[in-house]
Design a protein around this ligand. Structure first.
Ligand code: NOJ
Length: 740
């Protein structure tokens, strides 16, 4: 459609039809044969009867057949035949579940991130998705927050910018209407990851400088990459819920950042401004949200019920409604839905493309890049084929390894580690025992009952636990090496999954303690959605392979890494704390006036734990042994327009080939406002042959030295800087330079 035709269409629409476009509901309702408006599900949604065939978009319905059926039914009843938009949460893949986003980020490989986005977009686009609520680029510094599992960048804003751009471009392509592309909805604006105490939906209060310096840039990068949609966040930002925050949406996003696309609220978030105490009632919530600039109300009833009277009372509100609807219609037009309401939805392509062999093969490779080797004492890994293995743990024969968002992927299609190991080694060398459950009854039931789900009743739990442990000890005794597959329950990370104690579950710690007594080497494969406290088990383990929730091909990927077919190359994007009390902890913190030194009482520290993180940002081992040397700068002084070329030699001192992520950090030693101890400014993932040495080059330019100064201007200041290069944020070589 031409722009002129869209405006003509807008002019033909009644107020009800316009408001309908601004309402999003769950889509299954359209699949019912007889939608009884006064008693049926629509009543639960508390929407006016006439709204159903006016709503503009629906949520989380997938499958070509279903989507077409809904679109047909809707269009047959809609006066102006404006197609529905189908929006979905394809967070870590559609049918192929990929590693959860925090794991993807640990690949430090933009090509990996892109490829995952491309396959996910293709699979979901042919199955009906027009919009994907992804990426989540909320900077996450607090491991207690359950949603760190969805944070592509973890605690680093620079990574967030690089990844955001790659994902948005991969989803949308050059023309979003083309096969395999969909609209990227960036979320959650803004600063949702800074929820106080890591408790989901909680207060966010931070200086504008901190916000602009760290939290805003990944969203901004997504906008600059062309993201067509933004989702507001549940939290308040400096006193005002993000969803009704006029400064945030109207001023910052639309005016300053020139965002032209559609803004959608998060699920029910407009109505929730009443609970926040920021709107008096539903009517005022609707008014606040439309005035702030929210175009679509996701799953709350306030736009549907109140926008009409608000428009009738105030022309300005009606103008805003018109602008919102125009943006929504334009988006539908960009997707080509007026010409073809099914978009690229296609049953035949579903059969051919979804879960196809080539993509599964690719998925395994991509997955392997997300694993982080945290410990490898005495080079216990890779495993040798002939050693007798005791495979123990609740994740050893468990296909539930796709994480809490993979609602469209069929876990029964996944293999378990045990399945794959059976094929890999002589079965007389393989012993298996579950060892323990993931969680004890009281812990799982606390989660289930809080969700209103039926609780489980385990009879004789203590006896069963003892029995499982005994069985594990028996097989462990007969083995040469114990491979332990343990971790968090998938319901312990994700939305509304904050934890105050991020240790492994008690029963699993007990299992480790008992196995340790046998004096056999133990390798732990760790399944989890967040950094965990490991200081209470680490010394009992020889190897630790962090695999997060690795997805459909996880088991295959893990076994190949364990046996050394593939060398692990992931690096952490979030610091692992010593314990929960250390959260939030992040590498690019400011110094205090009393940095930690030993033998002096009055310094910034804890009495009971170390000050530094347990595993730092950027950390991850390899089967190779990399040595960094000869860090050189081509000059030590630069002016605004200069570039400093930095080189470092990296040597692989091992028989293995593999990747290393070379990281460059910069520190501004003093400024008009304090600057962090170091900040990531560049990285390269390079492949090394055995004993190969490579000279790696980085550039330092003025952009890398800029920050939001005391007057909130984005500028660099003259003075001294340090550059650090290394394989993680702690063990680095360093040099100094000056900006003059
Ligand atoms: C709530 C979540 O916060 C958001 O990330 C998600 O996209 C929506 N629900 C829709 O499911």
């Amino acid at each position: 459609m031409k722009e002129k035709e869209i405006i003509e269409l807008l002019n033909k629409m009644t107020l009800d039809e316009k408001i309908g476009q601004m309402v999003q509901i769950v889509g299954d309702i359209f699949l019912m044969d007889d939608i009884n408006i006064s008693t049926g599900p629509l009543k639960d949604l508390e929407l006016p009867d006439e709204m159903l065939y006016n709503v503009g978009s629906i949520l989380n319905v997938m499958g070509a057949q279903k989507v077409k059926k809904i679109q047909d039914k809707y269009l047959s009843k809609s006066r102006l035949k404006i197609p529905l938009l189908f929006m979905d949460d394809i967070i870590n893949g559609y049918k192929i579940a990929f590693p959860i986003p925090i794991a993807q980020g640990c690949s430090w490989n933009v090509e990996v991130i892109k490829k995952i986005a491309e396959i996910s977009a293709m699979e979901s686009n042919i199955s009906g998705a027009n919009v994907n609520f992804s990426p989540m680029v909320d900077l996450s510094r607090d491991a207690r927050w359950g949603r760190v599992m969805e944070s592509i960048e973890g605690e680093d804003s620079y990574l967030g910018q690089v990844y955001a751009e790659a994902i948005v471009k991969a989803y949308q392509g050059k023309d979003v209407s083309k096969l395999g592309h969909l609209v990227s909805c960036v979320k959650h604006v803004a600063a949702y990851g800074a929820a106080e105490a890591g408790r989901d939906y909680n207060t966010v209060d931070m200086s504008e400088r901190e916000f602009r310096q760290y939290y805003l840039p990944p969203y901004k990068a997504a906008i600059e990459a062309g993201a067509e949609m933004i989702m507001t966040s549940f939290n308040i930002l400096n006193g005002i819920p993000a969803t009704i925050n006029k400064w945030l949406i109207d001023e910052l996003l639309r005016k300053e950042l020139n965002f032209k696309g559609v803004v959608i609220s998060d699920y029910g978030a407009i109505e929730e401004t009443i609970a926040h105490g920021a709107s008096k009632d539903e009517r005022q919530a609707a008014l606040n949200a439309i005035n702030a600039g929210v175009d679509i109300d996701m799953m709350s009833k306030v736009y549907a019920n109140y926008l009409k009277e608000l428009c009738q009372e105030d022309k300005e509100v009606e103008n805003r409604v018109n602008k919102s609807v125009l943006r929504i219609l334009k988006l539908k037009n960009k997707l080509g839905l007026f010409e073809n309401p099914y978009g690229n939805t296609d049953e035949e392509k579903e059969k051919k493309y979804i879960m196809n062999k080539q993509n599964l093969k690719e998925a395994k490779k991509l997955t392997q890049e997300t694993f982080v080797l945290l410990k490898n004492k005495n080079k216990i890994l890779p495993l040798t084929k002939n050693s007798k293995i005791a495979l123990i743990g609740p994740y050893a024969d468990n296909n539930g390894i796709t994480g809490s968002w993979s609602m469209f992927s069929d876990r029964t299609k996944n293999h378990t580690i045990l399945d794959i190991l059976k094929k890999r080694i002589d079965t007389k060398n393989l012993l298996y025992a579950k060892g323990t459950e993931i969680l004890r009854e009281k812990d799982i039931n606390r989660i289930l009952s809080a969700e209103g789900l039926p609780i489980i009743n385990i009879e004789d739990e203590q006896e069963k636990e003892k029995y499982l442990l005994k069985e594990a000890i028996e097989i462990a005794k007969k083995s040469e090496i114990i491979v332990l597959a343990i971790g968090e329950h998938y319901k312990q990370s994700g939305e509304a999954c904050s934890r105050s104690n991020i240790s492994l579950p008690e029963n699993q710690i007990n299992l480790i303690n008992e196995l340790y007594k046998l004096n056999k080497p133990i390798v732990m494969i760790l399944f989890n959605g967040r950094p965990l406290q490991l200081n209470n088990v680490e010394d009992k383990l020889d190897g630790i392979l962090e695999v997060w929730f690795p997805g459909t091909t996880g088991a295959e990927a893990i076994i190949e890494v364990l046996f050394g077919d593939v060398n692990p190359s992931g690096k952490l994007t979030m610091s692992f704390p010593q314990n929960s009390g250390q959260c939030p902890i992040y590498y690019n913190h400011y110094n205090t006036g009393r940095p930690h030194v030993t033998d002096f009482r009055y310094v910034s520290r804890y009495q009971d734990i170390a000050t530094e993180s347990f595993y730092p940002f950027g950390y991850g081992l390899s089967y190779c042994n990399f040595k960094y040397k000869n860090l050189k700068l081509d000059k030590n002084k630069m002016k605004e327009n200069d570039i400093i070329y930095v080189t470092v030699e990296v040597e692989n001192q091992s028989d293995y080939e593999g990747y290393e992520v070379i990281q460059m950090y910069i520190q501004d030693l003093y400024g008009s406002v304090v600057r962090p101890v170091k900040e990531l400014k560049g990285f390269k993932k390079e492949y090394f042959k055995p004993y190969e040495t490579k000279k790696i080059e980085f550039k330092i330019d003025i952009e890398m030295l800029k920050f939001w100064n005391e007057c909130l201007e984005y500028k660099a200041e003259e003075g001294e800087f340090k550059v650090y290069i290394g394989g993680n944020s702690v063990n680095t070589l360093e040099e100094t330079f000056e900006l003059y």
